[in-house]
Design a binder for this molecule. Structure first.
Ligand code: HEM
Ligand code: HEM
Length: 550
């Protein structure tokens, strides 16, 4: 038998590549990689596919867009602006919109894809946060994610500044105001970006280089690193029947997951194409070219910049004058605090949580949000903080729509920004505890079966049955949150590291963090749940029934 006819252990697509690259085993191992099946694991993919669409549509736009602020007289087919003096950038964006075949469609898809990219990323991040999927060993991927989010905001900002219409000018004016408020280096940064006094003649071309080269390049590199890490570390999975910290239950990458993902890409593309076709976005021709003397009314940034705009509107007009220098807190604080605190806070969160809980274990099974009430409350609190800033970014619209004086909206916002997150924390916490109690109740007493029984002495009872096996497994997935060892020894001396104020604070936080988790146990310990659970067999023991009156 010749070598060619020896049956190969490797078949299918791996065989073709094995013959040429000797990479069959590697491929076969990876093509069979198992992916867990949960809808929320597809959220990251929305961001991924939107990014691919941004690269494709963005490249199309570069064929015609001219990143120059040199003045031209518009002579294109949009009659209302015919003969108007404007920058070459604006004229080329109008040209793309009105004279390039399919240009407006691609511009609109590009803009919608930008919104979906950031929105997808945010929702994906929330999924990762609320399920605790950022814990060891995935902290690095979480930090890469925070960098991705920050870069995406910068990419969006540089993108919508490019057309150089009145709206993008309003955004640039704010960007300049924020940059110049930074102590010591503000003036240099501004001059570097704008090439001189505002508005200068260079900002569009500089933003263009950032927008099409530097930032997408870094995004691409980081997204690749993100995917490789996810691949190597394997995906987390929700607790459930047969799922453990050491296995992954799901479908193989090839063919099941690949086909699903392919369909999902097409679905994302289809949705964006529909939006680009039917939903107008950023109609740059309405506002005319940017001149620093004109102000556009009712201008709103893209949604992901709204929280920064809101922070600027919320802040009182404070400034410090010191040695002939002015520190404009009214701009500096709103620019630095939300961006700085939100992004740094996000990046450090996994480490802060580990510091408090002292939990050094690896986690491949995720938490249900209810089972870690403090984390979930912190998350909802942060969303409330963000949401209030975001709403305030549109306080002029709110004020004119609901006929509320503008300053009243600002005053309400100033109180709500402190009170809102605190209330959100409290309510979420109670909600989580309530849901845990309900799970405990279900595990202890089973679920209502709808079967009513009459007892010999006349009492009616409803028969309870054990919950379905996978539901019970999901509920029992709750893990204890350990508290760090902080009890004083026999001589009343607390352990090392717990004696200073920081150590005492840590011990206190740790105790609070684990307290309720210890109080409500959902773990299987024999007598906690309904006997023989798993099948809808009707039991009639005293524990499994609930009196519904007699
Ligand atoms: C390599 C990738 C990319 C290229 C080559 C590219 C290229 C461009 C070009 C040439 C424009 C100006 C065209 C015009 O406004 O008519 C533009 C606008 C824009 N870009 Fe990108 N872009 C890329 C990625 C991104 C990403 C990742 C984002 C998202 C965060 C984004 C967001 C925007 C936005 C919001 C606009 C304004 C669109 C409008 O005029 O309505 N771009 N892009
Ligand atoms: C360009 C933006 C992003 C893309 C394309 C992306 C894509 C993905 C994909 C496809 C996955 C695997 C499937 C899934 O869990 O959804 C994933 C996992 C992950 N992502 Fe992202 N992501 C992005 C941004 C972020 C951000 C902003 C964060 C957090 C700040 C983040 C943190 C993580 C973590 C920790 C995992 C592992 C989760 C697990 O195994 O359960 N990602 N990402």
């Amino acid at each position: 038998m010749s070598l060619d006819t020896v049956p190969k252990p490797i078949a299918g697509p791996s065989s073709f590549l094995d013959d040429r690259l000797g990479a069959g085993n590697f491929l076969q191992r990876n093509l069979r990689k198992v992916f867990p099946d949960h809808w929320s694991f597809l959220l990251g993919e929305i961001a991924l596919y939107s990014f691919i669409i941004l690269l494709l549509t963005g490249t199309f736009l570069t064929f015609w867009f001219k990143p120059s602020m040199g003045e031209v007289v518009y002579q294109g087919s949009y009659a209302q602006l015919y003969g108007v003096h404007m920058s070459e950038a604006y004229a080329s964006a109008l040209h793309i919109s009105f004279d390039v075949r399919g240009g407006l469609l691609i511009r609109q898809i590009h803009h919608w894809a930008a919104l979906l990219f950031v929105a997808g990323m945010m929702v994906h991040m929330l999924r990762v946060f609320f399920t605790g999927a950022y814990r060891k060993p995935r902290e690095l991927n979480w930090i890469i994610g925070v960098l991705l989010l920050t870069l995406a905001l910068a990419e969006g900002l540089t993108g919508y500044s490019l057309p150089d219409d009145l709206l993008s000018g309003a955004g640039l004016r704010i960007t300049e105001g924020v940059a110049i408020s930074i102590p010591l280096v503000g003036t240099y940064i501004t001059f570097f970006l704008f090439g001189g006094e505002y508005p200068g003649e260079d900002v569009i071309s500089r933003f263009y280089s950032l927008h099409i080269l530097l930032i997408p390049g870094i995004l691409l590199a980081l997204i690749s690193a993100h995917m490789i890490l996810m691949w190597v570390q394997k995906h987390t999975q929700m607790p459930g029947k047969g799922r453990t910290e050491t296995n992954v239950v799901g479908a193989p990458f090839y063919p099941t997951f690949m086909i699903k993902s392919g369909a999902y890409f097409l679905f994302t593309f289809g949705a964006l194409a529909l939006l680009g076709t039917f939903a107008q976005i950023n109609p740059i021709w309405l506002f005319g070219p940017y001149t620093p003397a004109d102000i556009s009314a009712g201008s709103q940034p893209d949604f992901y910049m709204g929280f920064l705009e809101g922070a600027l509107r919320l802040m009182p007009a404070w400034e410090i004058n010191f040695l002939d220098h002015t520190l404009p807190l009214s701009v500096l604080i709103p620019a630095l605090v939300p961006m700085g605190i939100v992004m740094t806070g996000l990046a450090l969160y996994p480490f802060a949580e580990r510091w408090i809980t002292g939990d050094n274990r690896e986690h491949h099974l995720t938490d249900r949000p209810r089972n870690n009430p403090h984390r979930t409350s912190i998350g909802i609190s942060a969303i409330t903080f963000y949401g209030i800033l975001w709403l305030l970014g549109a306080n002029d619209e709110i004020s004119s729509t609901f006929h509320i004086p503008l300053y009243t909206t600002t005053e309400i916002g100033r109180v709500a920004i402190f009170v809102g997150p605190a209330i959100a924390y409290f309510i979420t916490y109670r909600f989580c505890i309530g849901l845990q109690r309900r799970d405990q109740e279900t595990l202890l007493h089973g679920v209502e079966s709808g079967v009513i029984k009459r007892l010999p002495h006349g009492e009616y009872i409803e028969v309870h049955v054990p919950p379905a096996e996978d539901l019970a497994a999901l509920m029992q997935g709750k893990k204890r949150i350990p508290a760090i060892e902080a009890e004083p020894d026999g001589a009343g001396v607390p352990p090392k590291g717990m004696r200073n104020p920081l150590g005492r604070l840590r011990a206190k936080l740790s105790r609070a963090y684990s307290e309720d988790s210890e109080a409500i146990s959902l773990e299987t310990d024999g007598h906690h749940h309904v006997e023989g659970h798993g099948h809808a067999t009707v039991g009639a023991g005293a524990d499994e029934t609930k009196s519904i009156g007699h």
